[in-house]
Structures are given as structure tokens and as C-alpha cells.
Design a protein. Structure first.
Length: 216
């Protein structure tokens, strides 16, 4: 199911791209379109509280909504597709680049007991993918080895996609699917009360609309 506001955002992006292409600019001009994917989430999905047991870790799938589940459980049907992002400036002659940024704050709410490793992974997959977590490309990861009691840490995954990268050809197709997976290993001793705040999820698409006018 397409997330709330996705259609409107996509139309706005296409409209902005059209205006820019009609505007006077030099071949060296580069434009950037920013999309706040975090805005697809409801307010109550941005801050999550759950326990990490000793028997099993926890998986948190993000976009188009949020799913909190056992570490061994896969994504639900509506989560395995990720969120669809249309690329209004697809085409190798436009020198397309993109930056994907995700920031999550993980908090150990216990007064005793430390976390085992926590990892956040950015996934990009072709538009036709039926499960981005099995078909997609890992864009980047952010990891903390442990988290002490009553401590909060921001995990930041910041990735630039440029020509020559494995993910670049997916962007050139004109549409892609994006998702985030946060994994928390089983608690080493007692169950750990946890808070996960999704602070930021953005994609910035950069292109040169008149790059193909450069002389040979």
C-alpha cells in the first residue's frame, strides 16, 4: 500500500523538475530535490518502545510504516516492498546522484544491563522487487557494539550514490524502493527496555538538467 502523502510528494517532485528544466541555466548548473521520507510515518510510529528479550533479538522494519518483530521474523507483506521513490530526472546524460540519510536514536532505558550490538541498514531495490530485504542492495550500515544503561546513541547511515555504484543503475531506471532495517541482538542477561526514535529519513536527488548540451 502506498504510504500517505507519497503520491503528492512524487507529483510535486515531477512538477519541480519540469519547472527547473524550463528555467534558464548553464550546463554546469546542478539541482537537488529533497524528499523527507520520514514524513510518510505517523507521529506514533516515529518513537517506539519495546523490550529486547534474552531469548530473541528484535527486528524493526521502517518504511512505508513500522514493524517491530522477533529477529528471526521477516517483513510483513506491506513492509517487504519498502517505500517507492520516483526519480524525475532519470537518465545517464543528466549526471544523476543521490544521497540517502537515516538517523535513529537508540536508548537503553534500564538501570542495569548493557545492549548487545545494534545495527541500522539502508536497503535499495529495483521497483519490481517483491521483497527488498532479499532482492535489494545494502547501501550502508551504522553499528554500535554495546550500549550502557541509561545511555542514548544516534546511529547515522549517510550514503552517496554516484555513477559506478551498484545502486546507480537502479536509480537510472526511474523508480526504486527503499527501506530500513534496525536489528538488536538478544539481551545478554535480563530483558532490556528500549526506545528507538526515527529522527530523520531523507533522500536528495541531484542532477544537471542541461548536461547533455555540453559540447563533444
Amino acid at each position: 500500500m502506498e504510504p500517505l502523502g507519497a503520491t503528492e510528494v512524487t507529483r510535486a517532485m515531477v512538477g519541480v523538475a519540469a519547472v527547473l528544466l524550463l528555467s534558464a541555466c548553464s550546463p554546469a548548473t546542478r539541482f537537488t530535490l529533497d524528499v523527507d521520507l520520514g514524513s510518510y510515518l505517523q507521529d506514533d510510529q516515529r518513537t517506539l518502545k519495546f523490550d529486547v528479550p534474552t531469548s530473541s533479538g528484535v527486528s524493526v522494519y521502517v518504511l512505508p510504516g513500522v514493524q517491530v518483530d522477533d529477529l528471526a521474523a521477516g517483513p510483513d507483506d506491506d513492509m517487504r516492498l519498502g517505500t517507492r521513490v520516483e526519480i524525475p530526472a532519470a537518465g545517464s546524460e543528466l549526471e544523476l546522484r543521490a544521497t540517502v540519510n537515516a538517523v535513529m536514536r537508540v536508548s537503553n532505558l534500564n538501570t542495569t544491563g548493557s545492549f548487545a550490538p545494534v545495527q541500522v541498514t539502508l536497503i535499495l531495490a529495483p521497483d519490481a522487487s517483491e521483497n527488498i530485504y532479499s532482492d535489494g542492495i545494502v547501501l550502508g550500515t551504522a553499528t554500535i557494539p554495546t550500549l550502557a544503561p541509561l545511555v542514548s546513541v544516534d546511529l547515522t547511515a549517510d550514503v552517496v550514490i554516484a555513477e559506478g555504484d551498484a545502486a546507480h543503475s537502479i536509480l537510472l531506471s526511474g523508480a526504486a524502493r527503499l527501506g530500513i532495517l534496525a536489528t538488536l541482538d538478544p539481551a545478554p542477561t535480563d530483558s532490556i527496555s528500549t526506545e528507538l526514535e526515527i529522527k530523520e529519513v531523507k533522500i536528495a536527488i541531484s542532477f544537471r538538467p542541461y548536461a547533455f548540451f555540453r559540447p563533444f
